[in-house]
Design a protein around this ligand. Structure first.
Ligand SMILES: Cc1ncc(COP(=O)(O)O)c(C=O)c1O
Length: 474
């Protein structure tokens, strides 16, 4: 059994960590040196069972874009489900044979009106953008991976004589089926031979101070031409992410995506834009395809779409899905009423809140506060856009960037005076994701980044003076 992570004085949290370490495989979670336990959450904060308050710099994993448990969103969600306070919290109903006449929780092989609202509102939101006109169908899914899988399945079904898929290297699209097949690179084990990779800009855009528009694209153009020359008419689709998320937060110039789109159009290859993590305001626009000014054939949405309720979707044109027969994209949970109710609540909130200008105000505050962290010697590069940033850790003494990243996560979690910052385990080994809810206030940005600066300054001093083996900052 893996030894559970334990922190001094955290009796309830440690007990929860021990149960999970005993009864669930470590593979169920990605690596984190903290394994924080949450008792409750509100807005930009998680609260531990011990009563400590943590700024959530993760939004789950870019899910709770509207913050945790926004009351009006919860009210809308409950209303969409026909739940009333009396039904939920009225006189105690203990008998097993009492039923509430509310929205069904499962409508498999049936249709609910909340599903029709979700599909209509989502299409309207997509079509309201200058780049979403071609979308007239939604394929629902329960997770991002499943949506990516369905998008690629539909692409292959469009023309069964074409069996090859292009993907941008070191992308992350999920861990199941075709989503797993297009994640990573050709070096991964069990690589699906139908998938070929092209490079995504990385080293030349290692810091946000670099002008991405000035980087040359010839190398990428040559790779595309070489792939066309080798596989030509066998190629059916190309999938990419707006920015490389799990791969370490690399944010390309829009002209890179324009190049991919041009190549796809020229050769009748479907252009798939996986914005499962980039959607719903993360990049500073409601949809990332708007930010990058591309018109994908299929856009894949997830995470923020349900603000915490699991749901994902593919938007495309019916000329693509027309080639699939009954059942080919079906499963138990797709278009379930709970997810649909969450999608409607989320879309209504975005329609009523003016979040996009708010995000534009936050972006420079984050860049200033994150750049300042470089002074601590622990951070080498800062990248990002909108409210999604990656801070790449530096080596300090004989501590590798990966060590430093883990120490930062731990140190921010421990925090000071009952306040800390919750971070995900590092991306690509050494890049820390900063992606709090989009509803974070300017003051909260300043306060949290000041706290992070103080914590990292102390950690830097400690790490510089401490040989690796003896470093004990927990
Ligand atoms: C770009 C992208 N696509 C797909 C996925 C997979 O989504 P899920 O974890 O919901 O299956 C993720 C998850 O992080 C993602 O970032």
């Amino acid at each position: 059994m893996a030894q559970p992570i334990q922190f001094a004085g955290e009796v309830r949290s440690n007990a929860a960590r021990a149960v999970v370490a005993e009864s669930e495989p470590q593979a169920l979670r990605t690596f984190t040196p903290t394994q924080a336990v949450f008792a409750k959450s509100a807005g930009v904060f998680h609260f531990t069972p011990e009563g400590r308050k943590l700024y959530d710099f993760t939004s789950g994993v870019l899910v709770a874009n509207l913050g945790h448990n926004p009351r009006r969103w919860l009210q809308r969600f409950a209303k969409n489900m026909n739940w009333s306070s009396d039904m939920l919290f009225g006189a105690p109903e203990t008998a097993a044979d009492h039923y509430a006449e509310t929205m069904t929780l499962t409508a498999y092989n049936g249709i609910t009106e909340i599903e029709t609202q979700a599909v209509s509102k989502l299409l309207a939101a997509l079509k309201a953008t200058p780049y979403g006109k071609r979308f007239d169908q939604i394929v629902w899914a329960a997770s991002g991976s499943e949506a990516v899988h369905k998008a690629i399945y539909a692409s292959l079904a469009r023309d069964r004589t074409r069996d090859m898929i292009l993907a941008t290297r070191y992308g992350f699209h999920g861990k199941k089926g075709f989503a797993n097949a297009v994640t990573g690179s050709e070096k991964d084990m069990e690589r699906d031979p139908r998938v070929k990779f092209i490079s995504f800009p990385m080293e030349e855009i290692s810091d946000h101070s670099v002008n991405g528009d000035a980087i040359p694209l010839e190398r990428y153009e040559q790779e595309l031409t070489a792939l066309w020359n080798q596989y030509g008419p066998r190629l059916t689709c190309l999938i990419t992410e707006p920015y490389l998320g799990g791969g370490g937060s690399f944010h390309p110039p829009a002209k890179y995506h324009h190049l991919l789109q041009r190549f796809c159009r020229e050769h009748d290859i479907l252009f798939l834009f996986d914005e499962v993590q980039a959607n719903f305001g993360r990049t500073g626009k409601l949809f990332a395809f708007e930010k990058y000014a591309v018109e994908p054939d299929m856009v894949i949405l997830g995470k923020g779409l349900g603000n915490g309720v699991p749901v994902a979707a593919v938007a495309c044109n019916k000329s693509i899905t027309a080639h699939m027969k009954f059942g080919e994209a079906s499963d138990t949970w797709s278009a379930n009423p709970l997810s649909s109710a969450a999608v409607v609540a989320t879309l209504d909130e975005y329609a009523d809140q003016n979040l996009i200008p708010h995000i534009a105000q936050l972006t420079p505050l984050f860049f200033a506060g994150l750049d300042r962290l470089k002074e601590t010697g622990l951070i080498a590069h800062v990248r990002g856009e909108g409210v999604v940033f990656g801070i790449e850790c530096a080596a300090v003494g004989d501590h590798t960037p990966a060590d430093v990243a883990a120490k930062i996560v731990e140190t921010c979690y421990v925090g000071r005076n009952g306040e800390g910052i919750h971070l995900l385990g590092a991306l690509a080994g050494k890049v820390l994701r900063v992606s709090p809810p989009l509803t974070i206030t300017a003051n909260q940005v300043r306060e949290s980044l000041n706290l992070m600066y103080e914590l990292l300054s102390d950690l830097g001093t400690k790490l510089r003076g401490t040989p690796r083996a003896a470093a004990a900052v927990r």
